[in-house]
Design a protein around this ligand. Structure first.
Ligand SMILES: NC(=O)C1=CN([C@@H]2O[C@H](COP(=O)(O)OP(=O)(O)OC[C@H]3O[C@@H](n4cnc5c(N)ncnc54)[C@H](OP(=O)(O)O)[C@@H]3O)[C@@H](O)[C@H]2O)C=CC1
Ligand SMILES: O=C(O)[C@@H]1CCC=N1
Length: 275
């Protein structure tokens, strides 16, 4: 792994903390990581846990780093980048990585500097436990070496998927950026159902999480078996699973999933116009 680059996170919320936690778990040196955000308390938690550098001054973090990871909410990106651009000499020749949904490379370059090398990315919060998936798209100015560096950093917290078309990142938002929430919703619904059948919340959670983890592991360990076959292997003719699956199909689970994922993509496209 590359471990000689100083990395500044601008924004220290859920996504930045997930990436920092995963990177440190993978052995990235804490003294090379900087985090900047307005709230001291949030920074203190990170500083105490990981001994990274923290600051409330975005310019200072940018000046200290080789790579700057923009991890603020999309609606704040314009204000944050415009403020950084007031001291653009701080970042000339450095590499930016944005994790924001719905903010294009073109927009970021218009805010920071024309031809600014930028990698637009879409990570997800399982990076926290090094099981992340990150979609990545480089602007033409990004060097092959920088692509390798960013790939290694994101591989430290999971897997990577580089795309040739920036628009494909919106599919990745729906597929992996947002999707942990879909799985959590499904698990929540199962937990509620189990509780309604008389189990405690804790017991219900344990049943659901073990089934989810076991199923994911079966999928991962059997790449040659397609998902439909794995499902069919559980579904005995005339049995219990068949009844549950029939109910899901009758309620158009597949259609609902497709509509929901299209809605995520549409929102990303809408955000690209707004932010
Ligand atoms: N959460 C997720 O699962 C994913 C999120 N993303 C993207 O990550 C980005 C951040 O999302 P998330 O981490 O969830 O959001 P959070 O609200 O958890 O974090 C945002 C962070 O930005 C900080 N911030 C606010 N204003 C500034 C500023 N002027 N300068 C520096 N930092 C500032 C906030 O500080 P304070 O708390 O002090 O206001 C906070 O630390 C978004 O663009 C989102 O699209 C991408 C993939 C997945
Ligand atoms: O919900 C969002 O907009 C961000 C991007 C993907 C996950 N969270």
């Amino acid at each position: 792994m590359i471990t000689n680059k100083k990395i500044a996170f601008i924004g220290a919320g859920n996504m930045a903390s997930s990436l920092i936690t995963g990177m440190i778990a993978d052995g990235y040196p804490a003294e090379l990581i900087y985090a900047a955000s307005p709230t001291r308390a949030r920074l203190d938690v990170l500083a105490e846990k990981f001994a990274i550098h923290t600051t409330q001054d975005n310019h200072a973090a940018v000046a200290a780093a080789d790579i700057i990871i923009l991890a603020v909410k999309p609606q704040l990106m314009a204000a944050v980048c415009s403020h950084l651009a007031e001291q653009s000499s701080n970042y000339r020749g450095k590499l930016f990585v944005s994790v924001a949904a719905g903010v294009t490379v073109e927009r970021l370059q218009s805010l920071l500097a024309d031809n600014q090398p930028i990698v637009r990315s879409m990570p997800n919060t399982p990076a926290l436990v090094q099981k992340g998936m990150t979609g990545l798209f480089p602007s033409p100015e990004v060097s092959d070496n920088d692509i390798k560096t960013i790939d290694q950093i994101m591989m430290a917290v999971g897997k990577t998927c580089w795309v040739d078309n920036e628009a494909d990142l919106n599919t990745i938002i729906a597929a992996t950026g947002s999707s942990p929430a879909y799985f959590f919703l499904f698990m929540e619904a199962m937990q509620d159902s189990i509780i309604s059948m008389g189990f405690s919340k804790q017991q219900a959670r344990e049943l659901v999480q073990q089934a989810a983890a076991g199923s994911a592991e079966l999928v991962i360990q059997n790449p040659h078996i397609d998902l439909a076959t794995l499902r069919q292997n559980v579904t005995s003719k005339g049995g219990t699973t068949a009844e549950a699956i029939r109910t899901f199909e009758e309620h158009d689970l597949r259609g609902t999933v497709n509509t929901a994922m299209q809605a995520a993509v549409s929102r990303a496209e809408e955000m690209q116009k707004l932010f």
